[in-house]
Design a protein around this ligand. Structure first.
Ligand code: FFO
Ligand code: ATP
Length: 221
């Protein structure tokens, strides 16, 4: 018997919720030393990629990295972002606004932070901007709990990044590259993540093994 579209939607939503909680448990259960080692390897690949593909801040070139401040068991981003700011790249990180919207604020080592009232993440206390007003964005680093080899991600379930990314085209040659960052075991087989109509695909993913791109015709990376 064929299911109604609504039934399918509900199933996908429930499958996602189950996968999300098992990925969260698995991430928490990773050995802390392995987490640190994997984060270091991951960070090395991100920094190498940025150095190879983006010129640091100098006049008009796009040199801003839209990243995020890792929290809890997430792969560490602070060390790699520190290294990028030392190289002269500008870094912005997201602020959780009402209605699951994101705004963006400049980050550099030592900027004052406070805990978001809406999520378990740290946010700069300084001025915040809509993404369109962030000058020179060259790359978006996207947090995820898991990413499959079809290029779909599962996040924390707020839909913050799906809403944000939906404003920007991913299927054009000059698309702003959007690349995930996950531990090795969080790279899942193709079609493993149930896709809902609003889900935004990524162009690639960093794991401790390097950058995997999803090789669509429109690949900007
Ligand atoms: N470091 C980091 N910063 C980030 C993200 C992230 O994944 N990692 N985000 C990526 O989007 C945004 C924050 N997203 C979040 C989304 C939901 C919850 C949260 O507390 N979820 C509840 C369940 C909520 C629900 O199901 O409605 C929970 O965990 O109990 C936290 C953060 C922006 N900043
Ligand atoms: N473009 C959009 N417009 C309106 N609502 C959306 C949009 N994208 C996602 N949502 C809503 O957000 C909810 C969470 O989406 P989903 O489960 O894909 O989150 P996620 O990608 O895991 O979370 P996050 O992006 O915060 O890491 C969905 O139930 C959906 O209703």
């Amino acid at each position: 018997m064929t299911q109604s579209p609504r039934g399918d939607e509900k199933d996908r939503h429930e499958q996602k919720a189950r996968l999300r909680s098992s990925l969260r448990e698995a991430r928490k259960a990773l050995d802390p030393q392995d987490r640190t080692e994997e984060s270091n390897e991951l960070g090395r690949h991100v920094v190498d990629h940025v150095r190879r593909t983006i010129t640091p801040s100098s006049g008009s070139a796009r040199s801003t990295i839209a990243a995020y401040l890792s929290a809890g068991p997430e792969p560490d981003t602070i060390a790699l972002l520190t290294e990028l700011t030392t190289d002269g790249y500008d870094v912005v990180v997201p602020i959780c606004e009402p209605d699951y919207q994101l705004s963006w604020a400049a980050w550099a080592p030592g900027v004052a932070l406070e805990r978001s009232p809406r999520a378990w993440v740290q946010e700069p206390v300084g001025p915040r901007f809509p993404f369109d007003e962030v000058p020179g964005a060259a790359l978006i680093l996207v947090p995820a709990l898991g990413i499959d080899r079809s290029g779909y991600r599962l996040g924390q379930g707020g839909g913050y990044y799906d809403r944000f990314l939906s404003h920007y085209r991913h299927d054009v040659p000059d698309a702003l590259p959007r690349l995930g960052m996950i531990y090795r075991s969080e790279l899942l087989p193709s079609d493993r993540i149930p896709v809902e109509p609003f889900d935004q695909p990524l162009h690639g993913v960093f794991t401790p093994d390097g950058l995997l791109t999803f090789g669509r015709d429109d690949e900007p990376v």
